[in-house]
Design a protein. Structure first.
Length: 141
């Protein structure tokens, strides 16, 4: 992809994408309502296998637009302000530790589907912040 995302706690989140001389800062979007938000969900089969497909569909229907864009990529799109919600029904610490830092440093929120701020909860939701609680109300456990 020719892109590298960087973050350090308290310093911010950045992307190096060749569009400038160095890394440029990232910032999540300012969207405040689910009906205006774009969501990205992980594999529908994972949601179905967990018995949570109805919850994932409820969130997708509540949003302006939804697409499955993949794990890491979806989190980076949240950090870049291109989408507002990224969800994973099944994930491991190594899948989520870096995205959590990048999303949070870009101004977003990151938690497991129970609302706990962690990268080690077995599942995850990252948002721009303002839509986090509304999204959890539909898809949270």
């Amino acid at each position: 992809m020719g892109r590298r995302w960087l973050a350090a706690r308290g310093v911010g989140a950045f992307v190096r994408d060749g569009l400038g001389d160095g890394p440029r800062p990232l910032m999540v979007s300012g969207i405040r309502k689910l009906e205006d938000a774009h969501s990205s969900y992980a594999d529908i089969e994972d949601w179905e296998n967990l018995g949570r497909l109805d919850a994932a569909l409820a969130l997708a229907r509540a949003c302006w637009r939804s697409r499955s864009l993949g794990d890491f990529w979806a989190y980076m799109l949240v950090a870049e302000g291109a989408i507002e919600i990224a969800l994973d029904p099944v994930a491991s610490l190594w899948d989520l530790a870096a995205p959590q830092l990048i999303v949070e440093e870009a101004g977003g929120r990151f938690s497991d589907l129970g609302g706990v701020r962690t990268a080690d909860g077995g599942d995850a939701i990252a948002t721009n912040g303002p839509v986090h609680e509304a999204a959890l109300a539909l898809v949270g456990r």
